[in-house]
Write a protein that binds this ligand. Structure first.
Ligand code: 5GP
Length: 206
């Protein structure tokens, strides 16, 4: 039975250049959501802060956490490892707060298997052409990495069926994407699957 007192696990995936970092930052700063900081073996991009954007770790350290069972899910993406620390996510949800996991399709699948009540959102740029433009304008990746990430997008979109919701993040309108995600969470709170004991509670009240 689903427990309404528990927080919602909100998985937000999106291909490179979907703007998920920006959207998630707004949601995180709103105070309505906790944010799961992943561990990665990837090197920090300019401006990224250890412990806030990611916990940047070596491959050896990543393996240690893996052996200790402290990943809710993990995946290799374009040659680097990424994983969600298990203990933090469990603590947040038990305390009744919502948590955002900004993870890829493989990770989303693992989370859904373990926590079927998780809500999976795919954030998409308005089109593939716009995605490519954004990646090139960002200028943080080499041409080789950009091509790898675009190729990866084709694989990701083949697995859209896994997701409960699709949200478009149009250029210059990320506030609309944020509003859509807020609405999704609000609706989920009222969903029957999260209120399985509504009739018992209804008759028990004075
Ligand atoms: P980036 O290198 O652009 O920060 O992230 C690359 C991809 O890895 C993105 O799709 C991002 O959502 C995903 N990612 C980030 N953290 C995690 C994680 O903890 N687990 C999984 N499975 N994917 C992650």
């Amino acid at each position: 039975m689903s427990d309404i007192r528990k927080g919602i696990i909100l998985v937000v995936s999106g291909p490179a250049g979907s703007g998920k970092g920006t959207v998630n930052r707004v949601l995180r700063n709103s105070g309505e959501f906790e944010f799961s900081v992943s561990r990665t073996t990837r090197k920090p991009r300019p401006g990224e802060v250890d412990g806030s954007d990611y916990f940047f770790v070596s491959h050896e350290e990543f393996d240690e956490y893996l052996k200790a069972g402290d990943f809710l899910e993990y995946n290799e993406y374009c040659g680097e490892c990424y994983g969600t620390p298990r203990s933090y996510a469990e603590k947040v949800v038990e305390s009744g707060k919502n948590i955002i996991l900004e993870i890829d399709v493989n990770g989303a699948e693992q989370v859904k298997r373990q926590c079927p009540e998780a809500v999976l959102v795919m954030l998409l740029p308005p089109s593939f052409a716009e995605q490519e433009r954004r990646l090139r304008d960002r200028g943080t990746e080499t041409e080789d990495k950009i091509l790898k990430r675009l190729k990866q997008t084709e694989k990701e979109l083949q697995r859209l069926d896994l997701y409960d919701y699709i949200v478009y993040n149009s250029t210059g309108e990320s506030d609309k994407a944020v509003a859509d995600i807020r609405a999704i969470v609000r609706a989920e709170r009222c969903s029957r699957r999260r209120n399985t004991d509504a009739e018992i509670k209804y008759f028990a009240k004075n």
